[in-house]
Design a protein around this ligand. Sequence first.
Ligand SMILES: *Cc1c(COP(=O)(O)O)cnc(C)c1O
Length: 419
Amino acid sequence: MSGSPIWHPFTQHGLGEPIPLVTRAEGAVLTTQDGRRIIDAISSWWVTTHGHSHPRIMAAIAEQAGRLDQIIFAGWTHEPAETVARELVRVTPPALSRVFFSDSGSTCVEVALKMALGYWRNRGEARQRVIVMEHSYHGDTIGAMSVGARGVFNRAYEPLLFDVTTIPFPAPGREQATLDALAAACADAAALIVEPLVLGAGGMLVYSAGVLAEMRAVCAAHGTLFIADEVMTGWGRTGTLLACEQAGVVPDLLCLSKGLTGGAVPLAVTLATEAIFDAHWSSDRSRMFFHSSSYTANPIACAAAAANLAIWRDEPVLERVATLAARQRVRLDAVARLPGVHNPRALGTIAALEIGDPAGAYLSDIGPRLLGFFRERDLLLRPLGNTVYVMPPYCIDEDQLDAVYAAIGQAAARFGGAE
Ligand SMILES: *Cc1c(COP(=O)(O)O)cnc(C)c1O
């Protein structure tokens, strides 16, 4: 591959790690050009929900591609977008009545932040500050980085990032400090943005539904907008369609992407309340929502999302999620007993643990060694430093899960004491 001109994301090319060429994907299995069959235990970076190349989604894409490829979305519309918007409003809480399309998790977060600021400006109130949670991740564009944790990921870009107020992560037993910091910051803040129940890229850190509900109540008491970034947690990942459901939380703004198309093609939405839409509604053009991208609500992507929503409507997806959650739990409990394994935790279809250093560190030396270890065993696992997590497509079978957890057990034996 040394001849390839491609610059890969989150890849240190100087390490010379192999970059396999994938030719097919079906269910939970990827096939490479050299004939290897690899179990995708992280849903191709958390996007694939039902499984790769799902027949209903593939058929919807092919059918739409034969009909309408792309159309400007400012002042125009099309049936796939209308279907997706209607279905999203139907399956999410009634207070979320407006749907704005974009293309990725980062952009739907940017849209939510702009809507929050636009809301306050159009109401004539000077609320601009955004509150964020320690260890958060909301994407890699400048605005999304600004509301995410600062660290090695974005040190070089620090001068471009705007100031935010950070509240502590509500680790068990330390929830009150989070709530107190939130209350202190809320008075003149525009919005709080959070990943509900589990911080993904921050290391699969799980917190309680109770504190999420209390955070929502603190925001409501101060009029601070509550932005739920469910880009990773949405679409059944945590056991329910949305993680917020487990806390009875209804956000003012909801960000969805990753599993929105079942993981087949890029698409994102930001759902907003009528109050936020109303703040932009006027005969005055200077109050409109100033945001678009060339491919906003691309019809082929929307057709994939409509097919995903149809699968959710017609098929017992949450039963599959519950089955997978139970199967993972049994296997996680087994590896949790091994020496070198720390902090086993699970939520819905997500399971995580640390190997070696219980504290976890993204640039931990064993990170790349773990990556190679799993690659040699034909497994797609991509530890966050020494945090190993499993987040498979919902169709993964018991034998495939056994292979994944057997390798994690072997990795604990090999690297668990090596830190
Ligand atoms: C992945 C992720 C994003 C960014 O999504 P992209 O599609 O990669 O831009 C934002 N928020 C959360 C919680 C994520 O997990």
